[in-house]
Design a protein around this ligand. Structure first.
Ligand code: CP
Ligand code: NVA
Length: 334
């Protein structure tokens, strides 16, 4: 037997296949329990800190609702207001929060910070996104495909189309490696994953039988895939100056209906971590539209709104999977 109690959740590379599948199965169980109205209170009396140095809708709400459902209390520390990283080091903050809280979520810039928090707080720390990784996202992405396609995880093939150095793509690649899946990164030469991330994924893949492919060829890259995945072309924390360069590099990698058709799979799904620029009817979108004359970016509105798209099921599953991570690492019954 094994258990995940008191473990931190910093990157999927830290978990083996059984452990990751356990969290995915637990998320499915907790989702059923919530729907049926017999959910237990596995986190009764726990205090949880949520540190966000970047904006969030889904991740924050998932931690808050997930914690509340399970009986825990949360304290939100937003991008401004706390001393972390400004007037007080991450190491000192870790030791302070570790004395008050039973678990800590961290969304910020460097992966190093989330590692320092885990090392010095003495309580489970959960990575809510860094520049390099976004592990909680991947549990929701895999669960969603598994629910809809009704296939075992190892048989689901994902292709990420876009910025091959994106934090979500990195996380998907590591997660796919752990689960023994086939994962394609379809990206221009200039944006291929770093050697470090690829080596790490391939090292895991050698043990699990996963297959990791990096290609610049869209048609070849998406052929036979079960899920086409997109993310924004410029991530939080990257400079606004990047837009022009990324648009030029990634315009050919926009997920269109032709890309979906090139999978030759009529049941192919479309996933996106969100928020998505499938139209530019937002404050930031309008600025980009004005500057570059685009109407949509990483995915067309047609694909986003099509029957292939499972993005809102995926968003809901953020909550069930994040809840599972908290219950697995902090719950009394695990
Ligand atoms: N997908 C995701 O992490 O969304 P938020 O930035 O809204 O948390
Ligand atoms: N790559 C995106 C993901 C947002 C959930 C970002 O880091 O901004």
């Amino acid at each position: 037997a094994f258990n995940l109690r008191n473990r931190s959740f910093l990157t999927l590379a830290d978990f083996n296949t059984r452990e990751m599948e356990y969290m995915l199965d637990l998320a499915e169980d907790l989702k059923k329990a919530k729907y049926a109205g017999y959910e237990g209170k596995n986190l009764e009396g726990k205090n949880i800190a949520l540190i966000f140095e970047k904006s969030s809708t889904r991740t924050r709400c998932s931690f808050e609702v997930g914690a509340k459902d399970e009986g825990a209390h949360v304290t939100y520390l937003g991008p401004s207001g706390s001393h972390i990283g400004h007037k007080e080091s991450v190491k000192d903050t870790a030791r302070v929060l570790g004395g008050m809280f039973d678990g800590i979520e961290y969304r910020g810039f460097s992966q190093r910070n989330v590692e320092i928090l885990a090392k010095y707080s003495g309580v489970p720390v959960w990575n809510g996104l860094t520049d390099e990784d976004h592990p909680t996202q991947v549990l929701a992405d895999f669960l969603t495909a598994h629910e809809v396609l009704k296939k075992p995880y190892k048989d689901i093939k994902f292709a990420f189309v876009g910025d091959g150095q994106d934090n979500v793509s990195n996380a998907l690649m590591l997660g796919a490696a752990v689960m023994g899946m086939e994962y394609h990164v379809v990206t221009p030469k200039e944006l291929e994953p770093t050697k470090e991330t690829l080596d790490k994924a391939n090292e895991i893949a050698a043990k699990t039988g996963a297959k990791i492919v990096v290609t610049n060829d869209i048609k070849e890259g998406v052929k036979g895939m079960d899920v086409i995945y997109a993310d924004v072309w410029v991530s939080m924390g990257e400079s606004d100056d990047m837009w022009e360069k990324r648009i030029n590099l990634l315009k050919p990698y926009q997920v269109t209906m032709d890309v979906m058709k090139a999978t030759e799979n009529p049941n192919v799904l479309f996933e996106h971590c969100l928020p998505a620029f499938h139209n530019l009817d937002t404050e930031v979108g309008k600025e980009i539209e004005k500057k570059f004359g685009l109407k949509e970016m990483e995915v067309t509105d047609e694909v986003f709104e099509s029957e292939h798209s499972v993005v809102f099921r995926e968003a809901e599953n953020r909550m069930h999977t994040i809840k599972a991570v908290m219950v697995a690492t902090l719950g009394e019954q695990n």
